[in-house]
Design a protein. Structure first.
Length: 428
């Protein structure tokens, strides 16, 4: 009985269990989409899709001027105060309108420029950027809704919305790729925000929608939210730009297939990292935001690690042991050449998880300087080590660089937060 009550009252366990079911659904449909892409467009096509996803990822954040983590924090902080919630919504909607206007001008009229910048003169995917120009407003609205649900820790509603989006987007991806190869894949990816918005329309309750009534368009929370803007946009831009640069580096140095193999490895990594990804905005960020001293912080970090690490490490061991089977299930036998990438990618992701658990305090406490410094350091280290190791180890050098950068990243974060882990209780 005590165990049942403990699970019932433990938000972290509830979020984890719900998130696990969600990840299994995502993994199932990821299997379908990755298999379809592997068969229909091959490793070279997957590399091109990977480049466009990086562009897509940046505009997801830019659609709300990089204020998502701020939205989660303030929605969580004022979830019992309806008037404050309306002010937050008001400010975020204005941000989305501004970001959508700027994005439209850049993407629609600069489509040819972005095509050559991202894909090179040999490819013509300008249409994808023009379509994306019309999709950014949907991204912004989705981000606001996501921040709202995360701030309220409404993990069940979040899971339902995600399932609808994953199912519909996978169906569209397979159908359009089948019909029009890479062009179809890019078109389907552009439509993902519309499928997600449909999920919100279906599952947000009348209570949730009641917060949107009588919203006056004002910028009351402008300064508070924009505190998160600069650090997020810089980091997201760097992360996605470095990914594109490295993918193109592999393509130019080794070959297009190897660029696709690395992209496939990153896709697998993102799939199993989803087991923990939702915990950060849904549980860890709101929880850290409420912590007031270093003792509470230490205890929370220990609790999170005790729950996550055994499961995460166990899963990684299984993935490594059955990597050949996983590759053939997700892709085709042609992709078995990527099996040597698993060891360093898995080790790097383990250190990445540890670093994120510890460093999320920077976001929760608006320690902007530390956040920007550590994230930029991580991206720069990845780029520098990648360009160096690729000369000696080929594509494997990229995943070795991934491992090395997160070891250094974790050491740096521990050094910055050393006073919160050792010594007397301190106010946060």
């Amino acid at each position: 009985m005590k165990v049942r009550e403990f699970i019932k009252d433990n938000l972290l366990l509830k979020v984890t269990s719900t998130n696990t079911l969600l990840v299994f659904v995502r993994m199932t449909f990821s299997l379908i989409s990755q298999k379809a892409l592997a068969i229909l467009i091959g490793a070279e096509g997957i590399a091109q899709v990977g480049n466009f996803k990086n562009v897509f990822n940046f505009f997801e954040q830019f659609s709300i001027l990089g204020t998502f983590n701020g939205l989660v924090k303030y929605f969580s902080e004022y979830k019992e105060k309806e008037e404050e919630l309306k002010k937050i919504f008001s400010t975020s909607f204005i941000f989305t309108l501004f970001a959508s206007f700027v994005s439209f001008l850049g993407l629609f009229f600069g489509a040819n420029y972005f095509n050559e910048l991202i894909f090179g003169p040999s490819f013509n995917y300008s249409f994808a950027f023009k379509i994306l120009a019309f999709i950014v407003p949907f991204m912004g609205v989705n981000a606001i809704f996501n921040g709202f649900l995360n701030g309220l820790s409404a993990y069940k509603t979040y899971a339902k919305v995600s399932v609808v989006s994953v199912v519909l987007s996978t169906v569209l991806l397979v159908l359009f790729t089948l019909k029009n190869n890479v062009n179809g894949s890019l078109f389907a990816i552009s439509l993902v925000p519309i499928t997600q918005l449909l999920g919100f329309i279906i599952f947000l309750s009348k209570k949730h929608f009641s917060y949107f009534k009588n919203i006056s368009f004002s910028l009351v929370y402008k300064n508070k939210l924009l505190t998160y803007s600069l650090m997020t946009l810089i980091v997201i831009l760097l992360i996605n730009w470095v990914d594109i640069t490295i993918r193109n580096l592999i393509q130019d140095t080794i070959g297009a297939k190897d660029a696709g193999y690395w992209t496939a490895m990153v896709s697998i990594s993102k799939t199993y990292m989803q087991f923990t990804a939702a915990l950060f905005p849904l549980y860890i960020l709101p929880r850290y935001a409420k912590i007031t001293n270093s003792i509470e912080y230490r205890n929370e970090v220990v609790q999170i690690c005790k729950l996550l690490l055994p499961v995460f490490v166990g899963g990684m061991v299984l993935i490594f042991l059955f990597k050949s089977i996983i590759i053939q299930i997700l892709y085709t036998s042609d992709f078995l050449a990527m099996s040597h990438l698993f060891k360093w990618q898995l080790l790097g992701d383990l250190f990445k998880l540890l670093a994120l658990i510890v460093s999320y305090l920077f976001l929760a406490k608006k320690q902007i300087g530390y956040f920007i410094f550590t994230e930029v350091l991580s991206v720069v280290l990845f780029y520098v080590f990648s360009t160096y190791f690729i000369k000696s180890f080929g594509t494997e050098g990229i995943v070795i660089a991934h491992f090395v950068r997160y070891v250094i990243y974790l050491v740096v974060v521990f050094f910055i937060l050393r006073n919160n882990f050792f010594g007397k209780e301190r106010i946060l």
